[in-house]
Design a protein around this ligand. Structure first.
Ligand code: GDP
Length: 699
């Protein structure tokens, strides 16, 4: 029979870990009573150790789920110990330590809340305890002290009410010296169990009332309980500072009842003493569990069928494990990364660098040629066939050299390296932000962190290396015919793209202001404004020179809305640029430019394009060696060493459960597994079931 309770207690713990619904609950004994009724003393007498928090300021603030597990006697040195499964502290042999831990856990509940619904799970293994599950609840309070919330009384009552529901057994603790009519425990139990079918009364402090009165209480005539009353004396010595073993206390209790055997034993056969209480609890729990067995088996069967069905329907019976999820995630990450790396092959990188340099070429041309007042003269040079390259003025030779060195000395090493590194960074960031890493913010953060760290490491080295390798171009750039032709063609492409871009912008503005006529008017107006502004400036300067008083000229009001004036100014810039671009395009397409590198003075665009191309080629080569190869080698290794190898089992589970899809799958799978296990155990018990009788009613 003992075997049955033990097994069912195990099953009860498993069911509790599956879910908290009432349908899947096996009974436990719930201990309620008012403060100072002697609740703790009774529980400690049952366990045989002092282990509950002591103090006069509400030391029980959370339910304590106390599971007692009977172990065979003499099974080695650590036969008696406690465990807090949720805390992972291992076996605690020192019951003083258990008491301290319980005190800490209780006091961690803020005084402002006073009680918490979250139970503390404590298991005690001992050869001296029966197999029992007991739930200790905060004692009912009469008046709340000043630092306790007003609602404390209701909070405790509500908490107790939740626990004393079916199928639990209620252990109502009442002190003998307090009228049972005033016992909050009995009152609460009567509410949920009016016939007293699942309530045991425990009358403490029997030593404080005359024996005949005590016997009258235990006979239960006034408030009959189906499971009866047990009287106990758990009186400590009363001498302060002296620790007594629980044996001594128990013996004192036995002694008390022996002294009054007349009243308690003769004829009446009342239940007295902690030993009797222990046995009674075992009987009651056992029979209650046995009678729950049939119902619980059916309930588990139903839940199991549902879980199996859902598992089939939702996941087609596909099992997963946190480990497999982590492995898959890492594999997918590496594969994804590898896919992306194709974006960083040499030709792609080179094209990217080239377009960065193309922009720079445009800037250089703008700065050195197009904003030069002599640009007209320069263009005319190109058209004049009589002028030989060697006759061109040194001015233009200096210009070309300046342009070339502006390009080569513009910090290409650093900028090119940063451009590629930025590309990598964006790639990693997008991987980290996408599925499934959006579910794993900490892993994503680590991923980004070590990717950035590798880059930070490599960037200065790479930049220096690239800068070193393009150094020769800072002094001289040799161009052969093929390179020239290439450069010229690319310049033509570049200019044509630029022309298209300018035309698009002009078209946009034209649409915005309402047609080309309107835009022409606007631009004419803007030009006249500019003209007038120039005149005014000139006049002012003349006046200042002549020593005349400066006169503020009234701003005249605009004929058009200011936003359109701004648009017109932009349009004027684009139009100017467009005409320059078109002129230069003609030059680039002319015979003169096609002739070859000796025309470099007259076709700086083609020349600079060749320079840009050489810079891009050399840069991409060294960025490939110093940055990309290194990164592609290191990154997957860092994934292994930083995302994987330092994960323990808990981390892996936690990681997998961060993904809601995986979490749901794992939850259902675990639920199904546990229910299957419970079902197996329940089935193995069915043979025992037949022997169990319900607990007899006490006379
Ligand atoms: P709890 O607040 O309900 O847990 O009550 P305790 O177990 O802490 O007991 C309250 C007080 O009653 C303590 O001072 C105990 O020493 C005392 N007490 C407990 N059991 C007995 C008993 O059987 N006889 C006497 N005389 N005092 C007891």
């Amino acid at each position: 029979l003992m075997h049955l309770t033990k097994k069912l207690i195990e099953i009860r713990s498993m069911l509790l870990s599956i879910d908290q619904s009432d349908a899947l609950k096996l009974p436990s004994i719930v201990v309620i009573g008012s403060q100072s009724s002697g609740k703790s003393s009774v529980l400690e007498a049952i366990v045989g150790h002092e282990f509950l928090p002591k103090g006069n300021n509400m030391v029980t603030r959370r339910p304590i789920e106390l599971t007692l597990i009977h172990t065979p006697a003499g099974a080695g040195e650590a036969a008696e110990y406690g465990e807090f499964p949720a805390l992972g502290l291992g076996k605690i042999i020192d019951f003083g330590q258990i008491q301290k831990t319980l005190t800490d856990l209780n006091l961690a509940v803020p005084a402002s809340e006073a009680v918490s619904n979250e139970p503390i799970d404590l298991r005690i293994y001992s050869p001296h305890v029966p197999d029992l599950t007991l739930i200790d609840l905060p004692g009912y309070v009469q008046i709340a002290s000043l630092d306790q919330p007003e609602t404390l009384k209701e909070k405790i009552a509500a908490l107790c009410e939740r626990y004393i529901r079916e199928p639990n057994i209620v252990l109502a603790v009442c002190a003998a010296d307090v009228d049972l009519a005033n016992s909050p425990a009995l009152r609460a139990s009567r509410k949920v169990d009016p016939l007293g079918l699942r309530t045991i009364g425990v009358i403490t402090k029997m030593d404080l009332v005359p024996a005949d009165q005590g016997a009258a209480i235990l006979s239960g005539n006034r408030y009959p309980l189906h499971l009866g009353y047990v009287g106990v004396v758990c009186k400590p010595s009363g001498k302060k500072g002296r620790k007594e073993s629980m044996d001594v206390v128990a013996r004192r209790g036995d002694e008390f009842f022996r002294q009054h055997k007349e009243e308690y034993f003769n004829g009446a056969s009342l239940m007295v003493g902690t030993d009797t209480l222990r046995k009674r609890l075992m009987e009651v729990l056992e029979s209650s569990m046995a009678s729950s067995l049939h119902g619980i088996t059916n309930a588990v069967q139903l839940e199991l069928e549902e879980a199996q069905y859902q598992f089939k329907v939702q996941y087609n019976d596909r099992r997963i494990s946190p480990e497999s999820y982590v492995a898959e995630t890492v594999d997918a990450l590496k594969a994804r990364f590898k896919d992306f790396t194709t974006q960083f092959r040499k030709p792609a990188v080179r094209a990217k660098l080239k377009s960065m340099l193309d922009e720079r070429v445009m800037d250089v041309l703008e700065q050195l040629y197009w904003s030069d007042k002599r640009v007209g003269e320069f263009t005319a040079l190109g058209e004049d066939r009589r002028i030989k390259p060697e006759d061109v003025e040194p001015y233009w030779r200096y210009k070309l050299e300046a342009a070339s060195s502006l390009l080569t000395k513009s910090g290409v090493g650093r900028d090119a390296t940063l451009l590629v590194a930025d590309g990598l960074r964006t790639l990693i960031d997008s991987i980290a932000a996408g599925e499934p890493f959006n579910f794993h913010p900490r892993a994503a953060e680590r991923l980004v962190e070590f990717a950035h760290a590798i880059l930070r490491d490599r960037i200065p080295l790479t930049a220096d290396q690239v800068e070193n390798c393009i150094k020769p171009y800072k002094y001289e750039v040799e161009v052969d015919d093929r390179e020239w032709e290439n450069g010229r063609r690319e310049a033509v492409d570049l200019f044509e793209r630029e022309v298209t871009m300018c035309e698009e912008k002009l078209k946009d503005i034209r649409r915005k202001v309402g047609g080309s006529r309107r835009l022409n008017n606007l631009m004419g107006y803007v030009r006249s404004l500019e003209e007038r502004e120039r005149e005014r400036k000139k006049k002012r300067l003349a006046m200042v020179a002549a020593g005349e008083e400066e006169v503020e000229v009234e701003e005249e009001s605009y004929k058009y809305p200011p936003a359109q004036i701004v648009d017109a100014r932009h349009a004027a810039l684009y139009a100017d640029r467009l005409s320059t671009l078109k002129l230069r395009l003609t030059a680039l397409k002319a015979k003169r430019c096609k002739a070859g590198p000796e025309s470099d003075l007259l076709c700086p665009e083609a020349f600079l394009n060749v320079v840009a191309d050489k810079l891009a080629y050399t840069s991409s080569m060294f960025i490939n060696i110093e940055l990309l190869d290194q990164f592609f080698y290191q990154f997957p290794r860092e994934i292994d060493s930083r995302l994987l190898y330092n994960l323990d089992r808990n981390d892996i589970v936690e990681f997998a459960r961060e993904n809601p899809v995986v979490r749901r799958h794992l939850d259902l799978q675990e639920r199904k597994d546990k229910l299957e296990e419970v079902m197996k155990q329940l089935n193995s018990l069915s043979t025992l079931r037949a022997d169990v009788q319900p607990a007899p009613r006490r006379p």
